[in-house]
Design a protein around this ligand. Structure first.
Ligand code: NAP
Length: 498
């Protein structure tokens, strides 16, 4: 089956229920081998205009379909995804590079989201309440917004798409989806699944192409009333500025500078496991990747030893092979950025404990591989402690106390994820209160979100909205207050109350 997709060679946009031949294309490269897998359309504003026209028409009918019936399609989407889990996972590893085990986890996240959001079809709860006047009824209901635009990144090409598209669909919206140009195959596969599951034409439209063309056209289209974006801080804040000017709703999920805090009473072996998994999984290219370890000075040396020991088990290479634990870097720009930060770390005076080099030689030919890297004796004011590197690089920052650990965690512009390893229950509760991030883990690494909880961050990571969880519905619905007066006479609120 994987072969069929690759034999397709050129992907197509899906607009108004039809696959359309692209005029211009670009190569999609497997980052582990350097081989071209397929080609992706480079669409234009005209394609976006066409998609919005189709979506507007489809949305009117779709919104009138009862929500439990809309949800039936998501149940079917989940069933097909489950049936194709292995196929989807292999393709995901090919286009993105993450190792197969992690790709399976990401696809599973999409499956979980399908069943969870399908359940919302029979909830989508509003509130009923009492009116202040006799013979009058009051309630608030969720209403769909219309046509929504989804812009997704390459690092979780299917999970993030499901966090956004499933709540949008079940709430009765139509979708224009622009996936990252680096990873369009998951979008192609998910679109095929929507069709097979019976989604009416025009409800989801996939428009491939570059951010500066397709993404920009979506942000500026007057009939797209919501933009839900996940990606870098710079792109996100530009989008938010433009959406603000147009009074368009915008949901942003952006970068992180996530830390694991290790206290002097922690289970150090467990902490080292958590650090290695969350710093080097997906080659550190997760928004929740651990890129700082804030460690109590009394246990720093022992923790360093344990982390280095566990890193020896990390075999690097093509994620389709069974024993590989760390895959490639997505592209040359990503590799150049990582190398730049290694030099910055050295120049700033952090001590390089392990790694620091791009891998070359026959084993790595064609691919882009970087050694898992550890700096130690970093300080919070260094750029490697403040800026998102988006690679397998972690910096240890020693601290003297719990209070200093919390302050160090919070002294960055981002606020996505944090974690603390301690056996002290008082510290656990203080930490979950004081760590200024949208996600907090206790005695686990910085990664491992579950779909029925809200996903997102504070400060520079976002703008207060959340993906996944029931909270995702807030992005794709408006609250409508409804008053029903059955008194048969004019009753004026606040005036005729006596
Ligand atoms: P990116 O360069 O900002 O791209 C993200 C998406 O935006 C892509 O689809 C991209 O399209 C599109 N885009 C680029 N320029 C645009 C523009 N001017 N107008 C509209 N859309 C535009 O980010 P990335 O490098 O793909 O992703 C990595 C970043 O995402 C990291 O910072 C990571 O932390 C963050 N992230 C955050 C979360 C979270 O939930 N907080 C989750 C995952 C990733 P093209 O790729 O086709 O140009």
């Amino acid at each position: 089956m994987t072969k069929d997709v690759l034999e397709q060679k050129v992907l197509k946009n899906h607009i108004n229920g039809e696959w359309s031949e692209p005029k211009e294309v670009s190569d999609v490269i497997n980052p582990a081998t350097g081989e071209t897998i397929v080609q992706v359309p480079l669409s234009t504003k005209d394609d976006v205009d066409q998609a919005v026209k189709a979506a507007k028409k489809a949305q009117k009918e779709w919104a009138l379909e009862p929500a439990p019936m809309r949800a039936e399609i998501l149940y079917e989407v989940g069933r097909i995804m489950k049936e194709r889990k292995e196929h989807l996972s292999e393709l995901l590893t090919m286009e993105n590079g993450k190792v197969l085990e992690e790709a399976r986890g990401e696809v599973q996240e999409g499956i979980d989201m399908a069943f969870y959001m399908a359940g919302e079809g029979r909830r989508l709860f509003g509130q009923t309440t009492n009116a202040e006047l006799k013979d009058k009824f009051a309630m608030s209901v969720r209403s769909p917004i219309g046509v929504v635009g989804l812009i997704t990144p390459w690092n979780f090409p299917i999970a993030i798409a499901t966090w956004k598209s499933f709540p949008a669909i079940v709430a009765g919206n139509a979708v224009i989806w622009k996936p990252a140009t680096e990873t369009p195959i998951m979008a192609n596969e998910l679109m095929k699944i929507f069709i097979e599951a019976g989604l009416p034409e025009g409800v989801v439209n996939v428009v491939f192409g570059r951010g500066g063309d397709v993404g920009d056209a979506m942000v500026n289209h007057k009939d797209i009333r919501v933009i839900s974006f996940t990606g870098s801080g710079e792109t996100g804040s530009n989008i938010a500025a433009e959406c603000g000017r147009q009074l368009k709703k915008v949901s942003l999920e952006m970068g992180g500078k996530n830390a694991v805090v290790v206290m002097d009473d922690a289970d150090l072996d467990l902490a080292a496991d958590g650090i290695v998994w969350s710093a080097f999984g997906t080659s550190g290219q997760r928004c929740t990747a651990c890129s700082r370890v804030i460690v109590h000075e009394d246990v720093k040396e022992e923790l360093e030893k344990l982390v280095l020991e566990k890193m020896k088990e990390l075999k690097i290479g093509d994620g389709l092979k069974d024993d590989i634990k760390v895959g490639p870097i997505i592209n040359q720009a990503g590799m150049d950025k990582i190398k730049k930060y290694i030099q910055i770390g050295k120049d700033e005076g952090a001590k390089l404990l392990a790694g620091g080099n791009e891998l070359s030689g026959k084993e790595y030919e064609g691919g882009l591989f970087f050694e898992p890297t550890v700096f130690t004796d970093a300080t919070i004011d260094m750029r490697i402690s403040q800026e998102e590197i988006f690679g397998p690089v972690v910096s240890l920052i020693p601290v003297k106390s719990f209070e200093e650990a919390i302050e160090t965690n919070n002294s960055v512009e981002y606020g996505l994820s944090s974690s603390i390893f301690t056996r002290d229950v008082n510290q656990v509760y203080k930490a979950q209160r004081d760590l200024d991030t949208g996600i907090v883990y206790v005695n686990a690494g910085t990664t491992g979100a579950e779909i029925h909880l809200p996903f997102g961050g504070t400060k520079g990571t976002g703008n207060g909205h959340r993906d996944s969880g029931v909270q995702a519905l807030d992005v794709y619905t408006e609250w409508k207050a409804v008053y029903v007066d059955y008194s048969g006479k004019l009753q004026r609120a606040q005036i005729d109350v006596d």
